[in-house]
Design a protein around this ligand. Sequence first.
Ligand SMILES: [Zn+2]
Length: 65
Amino acid sequence: MRGVKCPLCDSWVERMTTRKTSEGVTRRYQCANEHRFNTHERVDMRSVIVAAPQTSERMLDDGQD
Ligand SMILES: [Zn+2]
């Protein structure tokens, strides 16, 4: 799937893993700034839900600035 960007910083992402389940496909991504997030794609509804990103210590440090 092309066009996936980080929901936090809108940077390019690298797909880490893909898991197929009975409900659809779950993909794990990590962006250029090391933000990690998952997408859950349900085949029947063709919808993509972006799960809450896992905040890193680095990101929290940036937020304090
Ligand atoms: Zn990011």
